[in-house]
Design a protein around this ligand. Structure first.
Ligand code: FE2
Length: 271
């Protein structure tokens, strides 16, 4: 049930699980394990934990299996989205119960007691043809499904969660692989009752603002962050700023979005 501040959502994004650790990079499993322990300890009152895409780095079965094993530690319900580093079919094989739309896309409506979440599948694949497939898209079928959901009246505030930001964020490299058809997304929203907030991942950096009147929050990764380099073409550049997750409250008046750099605030008592 909603907390004093409203419906409470924890957001992990870009956890990039790998079967084997990448040289010189943080261990995704260890990072998420400490994040899950942190959430279990400090946010046991949350309504839901959302993982907003790039669940794995290579989209392979072994990485999804490792993630599934780690998620067993989470004492709260969770919901998974996919991103450009994921593989839709391999994800579905690992998580056959994951919610999806009638067309097979990994997108869903989550009707919580105090909020309606709409999660979108922005994976621009198949074909898994990189680097083009690192950009995001909402094809006609996905946009039509979104419009169907928005056309269904809800007395609850609506928040959309998807991996790719549908607008520029200021990082030249990442803006080259944003949602390819952001204007179509915003045009669809404009035909319906207002959406309260948009939550994204993909950038590996805490960013907030608004675009065409819709406020948004983007959260950090658990395994490496985007340096403050606005110019450049390297989409894989990362620094070692600490892992983080987002905390989002949704209530009748609005949305609060916090970010917790949990590696800077380790558990001081046993989880
Ligand atoms: Fe990512």
């Amino acid at each position: 049930m909603p907390t004093r501040l409203g419906t409470k959502i924890i957001v992990f994004t870009d956890i990039h699980f790998t079967a084997e650790n990448r040289a010189g990079r943080p261990d995704p499993d260890a990072s998420l394990a400490s994040g899950i322990a942190h959430v279990n300890h400090y946010h046991s009152d949350a309504d839901l934990v959302v993982f907003s895409g790039d669940l794995t780095h290579h989209g392979d079965a072994a990485s999804y299996a490792k993630l599934k094993a780690r998620l067993a530690d989470l004492k709260l319900p969770y919901h998974l989205l996919i991103g450009n580093h994921d593989n839709r079919d391999t994800f579905r094989a690992a998580f056959p119960d994951a919610a999806g739309d009638p067309n097979g896309f990994v997108q869903a409506v989550i009707d919580l007691p105090g909020a309606r979440l709409i999660t979108l599948d922005t994976l621009f694949a198949p074909p898994y043809d990189y680097p083009a497939a690192h950009a995001g898209t909402l094809c006609g079928a996905r946009l039509a499904w979104l419009e169907d959901q928005l056309a269904t009246p809800s007395a609850k505030p609506t928040v959309i969660i998807m991996h790719h930001p549908p607008h520029d964020t200021g990082f030249e490299a990442m803006d080259s692989i944003k949602l390819r058809n952001g204007p179509a997304f915003y045009d669809a929203l404009a035909r319906h009752a207002p959406v309260r907030h948009l939550v994204c991942g993909h950038i590996h950096r805490t960013i907030s603002g608004s675009h065409r009147g819709l406020p948004f929050s983007i959260f950090k990764s658990t395994v490496g962050q985007m340096p403050m380099l606005f110019e450049g073409t390297n989409t894989a550049v990362e620094n070692d700023e600490p892992a983080a997750y987002g905390i989002v409250f949704i209530n009748g008046d609005g949305v609060l979005a916090h970010t917790e750099d949990y590696a800077l605030n380790p558990l001081t008592t046993p989880a």
